[in-house]
Design a protein around this ligand. Sequence first.
Ligand code: NAI
Length: 702
Amino acid sequence: MKGTVHYETRGEVVLMTIDNPPVNPLSSGVRQGLYEGIEKAQQDDSVRAIVVTGKGRAFIAGADISEFGQAGQEGASLHQVMKMMEASPKPLVAALNGTAFGGGLEVALCCDFRVASSKAQVGLPEVKLGLLPGAGGTQRLPRLIGAEKAMNFMLTGQGVPAAKAKDLGIVDELVEPDALIEASITLALKKADASETRKIRNENTLLEADRGNAEVFAEARRFAAQRMRGQFAPEMIIRCVEAAVNLQDFDAGMKVEAERFLECLHNPQRAAMIHVFFAEREVARVPFIKKDTPVHEVHSAGVVGCGTMGGGIAMCFANAGIPVTVLETDDEALQRGLGVIRGNYQSQVDRGRLAAGQMDKRMSLITGVTDYGRLADSDMVIEAVYENLDLKIKVFKQLDETVKAGALLMSNTSGLDVDAIAASTSRPGLVAGMHFFSPANVMRLLEVVRSKHSDNSTIATAMAIGRKLGKVSVLAGNCPGFIGNRMLAAYMQQASGMILEGATPYQVDGAITSFGLPMGPFQMSDLVGLDLGWRARKLAGVKPEDRPPAALVPDRLCDMGRYGQKSGRGFYIYPQGSRAGTPDPEVVSLVEEASSELGFSRREFDDSEVLERAFYPLINEGAKILEEGIAIRAVDIDIVYINGYGFPAYRGGPMFYADSIGLDKIYERLQQLSADKVISEKPAALLEQLAKEGKRFADFQA
Ligand code: NAI
């Protein structure tokens, strides 16, 4: 059995210490130890109270995920442990020394009282794994803090520091870490003296107050619909709390919780979300980066270009407390860029998300300059000028001349050749891509792009800095578009094709958003701006007759001054200042005209065909990315797509989604599309091989 619980007597109090490094999950040995310890303490007449704590940095970090899905667990069940705790006439105090997450907090809720070290953190993150707190959390927490706060706590799944937990009423006392055990023993004895216990399961006062309050549940449902659209578990959590409030019988509520938990467990979203949970940890592991790979110290950063991306990247550094110098071409552009940054912080302050003092502190970490010499001492500089290779090479040459030797020079290019950029400097080993996503201060993804020249320590540093900035860093190889934008190109190509063949842009977007992405391809085009491609074609002197068919509709829209959201019209019409567009029959007519000009005879599409056409070629591109070694593993692609492109986490990412459909089915469909010349390429060799061997992308090892 894994893990133990130490049992010692401190005068008339038993101190039980959970010991299952590193984070004390509720494994078989821990459950058995708790069960036996509490039983023993009951039988010992010299014991008057019990304190339970954890060894190391966690109280109990949660269930033991490695035991998930195993049939017939060893040792006492969690249910038996909890029953034993709640039956104890001797007061139990949870001394929360560190993390108490999931099942860990649920155990603490079975204790009579909770004392927390100021370093502790509590949370019920089950929703992030597609589950609900299934060990009584949905029944005990509303009894302790009321339905509204309990639902908010469980729906966000966010861990909160001890002080916040005290405010919420989850813990009774807050003490300094050194004083925790002493304070817990004192409280336990005081309660024993008063013969006072508190069994949360028996309390109904707060539930009664929530009875008949339909608004509290309506609000929770609005929150779930807005922030967790398409997810299954949030509604299950709400229903469990509704049961707690309406039934007011603990055991009946527990029965509902158990049923709902099973529904979550058997829902495919659960497997997808657990996949994502592990995938996020896996992408941080890069095979060639060893523990002893040196990492550069980055105490100060520079950013070249203070436009959309440069400004956001500068904010990332300032938010992480790292001083950053931002360079622009002239003072006017600089002031404009800094003004946007200030405006962004101000709106966070206005919405109560940032204290005014914090804003000043962050702004003071950002220095605007127009002279390259001022970047000389930066440890890392990130270039974010226009997407033009010649311009980028010019900027890198200048950086190479002015920035101190040994400093890292990074590019935020969305898809240009990082090898060429690196080769233009005298320090190619210290150059790599750091591809942030827009808005850079919000989006979690960072693609770190390795050029053929990049040193391992350059890559290790970029990955580590990404994490320091609160990003999930994923390593990509150098090719046009890297991982994400290369796959996106295949998807956009199909979206454009489908509207010429007979679908409307609104139907395509509708199918994609129903699938779970926050926006469809045409909503995204409107957001990015239809004029980018149109201008680029004009600059390159592309004649209308040489234009790719997919560009016909967006170019016509631009000719009419419809550039997308920024001009209030694109594929959609945006009423004054609105970001939500409404469909426009004029666009449908324009699309139909374009179809007939290009010789298509329009036909019906249904939503399932839209999904296949949009995602199968994207998955095919993912397969090529894997076989070429641009991505290390399928999970890297999943994490890119979830965090950079809004692919729903509850579908596990495109490669996991493909595995769940079956690669044989996808291969066959792509072969058909290729034979029909709907896609110009054949299915990827890797896809063919895996499909024929009955394997999944998850089985792929480079
Ligand atoms: P932007 O046009 O908003 O900003 C570019 C800024 O660079 C402008 O403020 C310009 O004055 C400045 N600049 C131009 N030449 C310069 C020079 N020689 N020295 C100093 N500053 C100079 O462009 P955006 O959108 O910020 O894009 C920048 C880079 O980020 C591009 O490589 C783009 O492909 C990439 N990127 C853009 C994303 C987006 O969604 N906008 C997403 C991810 C990457």
